[in-house]
Design a protein around this ligand. Structure first.
Ligand code: SAH
Length: 354
């Protein structure tokens, strides 16, 4: 455990003593502790992500990068990943990119967890770590990948009460933590198109995600390059409570055991696109993970992997289905790309509407 991090009991009492703890502060404190103290991924952990399900996922990201890079004139660039987990996606993508002669001048990983930093270095020994976007080198175009990164960032929640919109806070009630409506009016925090929703409606905002997206976009505008964001999410604005907690592959109460469960919220991709546009970086249409993977050629990749290992054909087909099929991850997960002015249009988004 990293020095100075509170244990779960201390976290609960910190949250309880600060009367006005927003959902965002609660999420930031809980997730900071959670990610710093474990590797949460895989069957033995709390949740599994697309790159941990199949090598085909990272390989399609690699194909996407190699294609874009080649159409951009094969410039020197840096591979950047935000919240790279175990480094599995990066390893699979970089291996495929190398086959196209697409070798980055540097591999820069933005990661706060010391545990996951160690796991990433074991997979990619020549990677450099950074605490934040602002610390990334500025000597070359950046190709930035973020899979299941934005969903871990803190959100604010607002609830419509009989007296109007209020921010939702976390408060100790007896021995447990529970969400309560703040006293101060917060109508201005809620997008105008959602303000007339009925009593009880919850609306979320994600200013940290917006700020990180804008910083990435400023870099793309200045240095060139592109960014690929993949996450479970939607095209907003939309109402709804999407805060969820997962422990050992099961949904649990987000207000029990802070720091010991994975807290996430669905990503509003329309809000990310607006952040990018504010830095003069255009966003692609929003597409589903299933459609995007199929357009990048996941089915051809499945065939060649299965032909090389016939005994694994069923297992490989099962992995492909988990990533692509609408009833699995295919529809819930979305993909959006952001490209620097002057860079070519990214592959995989044709046919979608903005
Ligand atoms: N992209 C990986 C891991 C997703 S889990 C995969 O697809 O398997 C979320 C990742 O984001 C973890 O690596 C976690 O440590 C990292 N993370 C969470 N909050 C972060 C923050 N504020 N800054 C940097 N990394 C963060």
């Amino acid at each position: 455990m990293r020095d100075g991090l509170p244990n779960p009991e201390q976290l609960i009492s910190e949250i309880a003593t600060a009367r006005a703890t927003t959902i965002a502060d609660y999420m930031a404190a809980a997730n900071g502790h959670y990610y710093a103290t474990r590797d949460p991924l895989g069957a033995a952990g709390d949740f599994t992500t697309a790159p941990e399900i199949s090598q085909m996922f990272g390989e399609m990201v690699g194909v996407w990068i190699a294609d874009l890079w080649s159409r951009a004139g094969s410039p020197a660039f840096r591979y950047v990943e935000l919240g790279p987990g175990r480094g599995t996606l990066a390893a699979d993508a970089l291996r495929v990119m190398a086959r196209f002669g697409c070798t980055p001048a540097g591999i820069d990983l933005v990661e706060t967890s010391p545990t996951l930093r160690a796991a990433q270095l074991a997979r990619i020994p020549n990677a450099e770590h950074h605490d934040e976007i602002d610390a990334l080198p500025d000597d070359a175009p950046l190709i930035i990948v973020a899979n299941e990164f934005f969903d871990a960032l803190p959100i604010h929640q607002y609830v419509r009460t009989i007296d109007g919109w209020r921010e939702r806070m976390v408060e100790r009630q007896g021995g447990a933590l529970a969400p309560v409506a703040n006293d101060t009016p917060a109508d201005d925090a809620v997008p105008a198109v959602l303000r007339d929703k009925p009593e009880g409606t919850i609306v979320e905002t994600a200013p940290v995600a917006a700020a990180i997206m804008q910083r990435c976009a400023f870099r793309l505008a200045r240095q060139g390059g592109a960014m690929l964001a993949i996450d479970y999410g939607y095209g907003g604005p939309a109402a709804g409570d999407t805060l969820q907690a997962v422990k050992a592959h099961r949904f649990v109460d987000p207000f029990a055991n802070p720091g010991e469960v994975d807290l996430t919220a669905h990503v509003d991709f329309t809000a990310l696109a607006a952040s990018a546009r504010s830095a003069a970086v255009p966003a692609s249409p929003l597409t589903t993970q299933g459609d995007w993977l199929q357009r990048l050629g996941v089915d051809a990749r499945l065939q060649s992997l299965a032909a090389a290992a016939p005994a694994r054909a069923d297992e490989l087909k099962g992995q492909r289905d988990r990533l692509v099929e609408p009833r699995e991850m295919g529809d819930l997960f979305k993909v959006m790309a952001f490209t620097a002015p002057g860079w070519p249009a990214p592959a995989g988004f044709t046919g979608d509407t903005a």
